[in-house]
Design a binder for this molecule. Sequence first.
Ligand code: AP5
Length: 221
Amino acid sequence: MIPGARLIILGRQGAGKGTQCVRLSRHFVVPHISTGDMLRAAVREATPLGLEAKKVMDAGGLVSDDIMIGIVRDRLQAPDADTRGYILDGFPRTIEQAEALDEIAHSLRKPVDVVLDLNVPREIVLERISSRRVCRDCGTNYTSTGNDPQTWICDVCGGDVLQRDDDTPESVNRRLDLYEEQTFPLIKHYGDQNRLAVVNGVGHPDAVFERLVKAVDNNRR
Ligand code: AP5
């Protein structure tokens, strides 16, 4: 039987949400819905949304709530998410987005099962982001050893692997500050709803994955 699940993952930039969502999506057989990946695809395709979003993203800001809520509302109604569920990565990021998501889930009569808070201290995420390299085409993450060339070829799809445009120290610090201001209040929002599971995100990715699966299994309704 396909397990299915409706999950949200919160956590600082560089906490490993994207890395773990690839595994969680396979494990629970649900689509990985990453608003960051959706925006980066729009930037690559130079759509009107992409052109508008690029400046905001490169500066480490947040795209407007209205735009993000519209994108996610449409995506959650697609057949795969509607029938099997989803893992939402990068949304919600503000109280307004969280309240809109509560309404969307309520109107679809499909409440979120568990909200995972992948907890990694700021000094560790700063180290991880400075060595992160990403495939421009498929989004696979790599960690640079420091001796790698500026660009290399992705093992998965053959695309170019490079540093993200928004992984500059200024943009990263702005994103982390915005996380504390705008996204951290969601911990209380979901804690009050009894849906929150805090998971330690430090350690080998396999160990972190095991903790996340256990947290979903122990907390889902
Ligand atoms: P988004 O793509 O969501 O970026 P982010 O929030 O900055 O998150 P990251 O991708 O940086 O971190 P991650 O936790 O996924 O870490 P990763 O797995 O890569 O958003 C980008 C932008 O889009 C935003 O800034 C905003 O402008 C806009 N946006 C998106 N959604 C929005 C919304 N809802 N509202 C408004 N604007 C929105 O891991 C990091 C590194 O660590 C990798 O190199 C990885 O290999 C490594 N790593 C992972 N796990 C481990 C481990 N256990 N040990 C050691 N290294 C590890």
